[in-house]
Design a protein around this ligand. Structure first.
Ligand code: HEM
Length: 357
């Protein structure tokens, strides 16, 4: 196998490594995530690399479906994978394509689609929009085999958020505990993900993303993920072998791919407002991207424990804390008695000290 290297990092698709010749592919992964909108960005990319203060992909206690310890270890394994194999883009695309089938107009799970791990089944992997994503599944399967309590739905989203962070993007405020669908019959029908070249790109983007409950700002921010990776003629039919996504705003030319839906971001008046802003202000882009990515990663997901169950357990914890010092959240008056007694004691002590003097 004639392996072209990305620094020392083989690509996710070594077999296709003759595609890897463009200038951008020689960037270190940690600097990849800022190019799409932020050509004029002045602040350091490294500020946003993993390990700094801020959000953590495994910070939430909501992980009964996937054990927190296993999630942490799986995250470390994903980081290792990203160090040895340049697969950041395809992991992000995998997470997005699992979540992006969500239909907010359908209440029932899993019919409503979304982040439920259904993309592991062949029937869905064979949808036209998912061409090539079987490679991402193959990369993650050994990690799944090692950490059996981590669901596919969580693993896909964990991998995507970790890839963004490891590529120098923002930390994503993730939560975990997504439940998996159990069989291929629970996969969504084909056609829920967006087309790259529809007759009216802006209208099409709105139709698809509004169905997911996302708005114009989120569409533009999320499209910034196209900073990573590129398009392959043998997968989506878009692009040329040597082209990749790049700084679409300023470097537009024949050799560079601009999907019609990406071009619309600088043409449609509402999208343009955000696209221009993100081109000027990397911090704004990273902040909005992180929020939108987290929202995307939760679409349609069923969490275990559910939010309701979780708030019940939180309630119990709060009750125990109150009762520890004689109060109760259900009987707030008791804690007022406690406060009143403390005030009376303080006043008495003050008066006594005055009298003594
Ligand atoms: C806005 C509507 C979108 C359309 C029409 C679209 C379409 C596409 C297409 C056609 C490709 C090329 C796939 C290939 O040939 O391998 C691609 C790649 C990619 N997309 Fe999107 N996408 C959209 C939104 C998103 C979103 C919301 C994300 C993530 C948040 C995303 C992340 C990616 C990534 C990372 C790649 C590169 C994959 C690789 O290099 O292997 N896309 N997209």
């Amino acid at each position: 196998m004639d392996m072209l290297m990305h620094g020392n990092i083989p690509r996710e698709d070594d077999e296709e490594s003759s595609f890897c010749r463009s200038e951008e592919l020689r960037l270190e992964p940690a600097s990849l995530f800022a190019a799409f909108y932020c050509l004029g960005a002045k602040s350091s990319l490294r500020r946003f690399s993993s390990g700094g203060a801020g959000y953590s992909t495994v910070s939430s206690p909501k992980c009964a479906a996937s054990s927190p310890e296993q999630l942490k270890s799986a995250r470390e394994d994903i980081k290792e994978l990203l160090k040895t194999t340049f697969c950041h883009p395809i992991l992000v695309r995998l997470g997005w394509h699992d979540a992006g089938t969500y239909n907010k107009n359908i209440e029932e799970w899993p019919q409503r689609g979304g982040a439920n791990g259904s993309l592991r089944f062949e029937i869905e992997l064979k949808h036209g929009a998912n061409a090539g994503l079987v490679n991402a599944l193959k990369l993650l399967q050994p990690i799944k085999d090692k950490y059996s309590s981590v669901t596919y739905a969580d693993l896909f989203q964990l991998a995507s958020a970790t890839a963004i962070e490891e590529a120098g993007g923002p930390k994503i405020p993730m939560k975990y505990g997504r439940v998996d669908v159990t069989g291929p019959e629970q996969c969504p029908e084909e056609g829920r993900l967006p087309d790259a070249g529809p007759p009216s790109p802006a209208a099409h983007l709105r139709e698809v993303f509004y169905r997911m409950g996302l708005n114009d700002k989120e569409i533009v921010a999320l499209s910034g993920a196209h900073t990573l990776g590129r398009s392959r003629p043998d997968r989506s039919g878009w692009g040329k072998p040597e082209t990749k996504y790049t700084d679409i705003k300023e470097k537009r030319d024949e050799d560079l791919l601009v999907l019609p839906t990406d071009a619309a971001l600088f043409e449609d008046p509402s999208f343009k407002e955000y696209a221009e802003k993100y081109a000027e202000d990397k911090d704004a882009f990273f902040k909005d991207y992180a929020e939108a990515h987290a929202k995307l990663s939760n679409l349609g997901a069923k969490f275990d424990p559910t939010e309701k169950e979780l708030s019940e357990s939180m309630k119990q914890k709060i009750r125990a804390e109150y009762e520890g010092f004689g109060g109760s959240p259900d009987k707030p008056l008791q804690s007022n008695y406690f406060l009143n007694i403390m005030i009376v004691i303080a006043v008495l002590a003050y008066v006594t000290s005055l009298v003594m003097n």
